[in-house]
Design a protein around this ligand. Structure first.
Ligand SMILES: [Zn+2]
Length: 231
């Protein structure tokens, strides 16, 4: 069931009651899943001025069939002590022992995780793919530390566009299962194709290195996590 909270429009500053889903169970409410994936569940339109607003709240995405729980907790919403108490309460449920538990700080990252798991992929491997891809944009002469090459064949302008962009997994595409990343640049969404062989190579690296694993509890798997293992 959605809850009602008061929210302020970013445009006209009017306050309105909006519906929020602080718990999203996609078995009980399968109609919510497409709205999570396209982001519309988190957008509300101001009845006063018509502006679209992104709702800023904490939500727990739960897919009991896939045994996945993703806790979206916007940065700065809670104190560290409150987060720890909530996490202990959530992970204290015995039924969660074989779950994939993840924590993200924004809706875009929540959508990405749902897309990754829906595609049957592993988010640790996807983060490593992003790292490898970004690495290839560095100086040509620098050897790739992981000996994985994505063979992007980008021109210098494309490289410059990508170097400071934040990649998000979007989908798997085509007969070759290309990995499609999206990234915002110049006010629009751009896409980047990376061969599935890169994913397979990264998965092999993770298999060979058991120390590359998530923290316990609701783990954050993002670029900072990758950088704990590779520089
Ligand atoms: Zn408004």
């Amino acid at each position: 069931m959605p809850a009602k909270v008061s929210a302020t429009c970013r445009n006209c500053r009017e306050k309105h009651d909006i519906e929020i889903w602080d718990r999203i169970n996609v078995r009980d409410n399968p109609e919510l899943k497409p709205k999570v994936k396209d982001g519309s569940l988190f957008v509300w339109e101001c009845p006063h001025c018509g502006a679209s607003n992104l709702a800023h709240y904490m939500t727990l995405y739960h897919d009991p069939d896939a045994k996945i729980m993703i806790w979206c907790l916007p940065e700065g919403l809670l104190q560290e002590s409150q987060i720890a108490a909530l996490e202990a309460q959530l992970t204290g449920q015995e039924a969660l022992s074989d779950y994939v538990l993840r924590r993200v700080e924004d809706v875009g990252s929540l959508i990405e995780k749902v897309n990754i798991f829906d595609s049957g992929l592993d988010d640790l491997t996807i983060e490593l793919c992003k790292y490898v891809t970004k690495n290839e944009l560095q100086d040509e002469g620098t050897p790739n530390p992981l000996s994985v090459e994505s063979k992007l064949n980008l021109n210098n302008e494309e490289k410059a566009n990508l170097s400071d962009a934040s990649l998000k997994f979007f989908k798997i595409d085509g007969a070759d299962h290309d990995i499609i990343f999206s990234f915002p640049k110049g006010g629009k969404m751009n896409i980047l194709n990376v061969g599935f062989n890169v994913y397979e190579d990264c998965a092999a690296i993770i298999r060979r290195n058991p120390q590359i694993k998530p923290d316990s509890g609701f783990a954050k798997i993002d670029s900072s996590w990758v950088h704990k293992f590779f520089r």
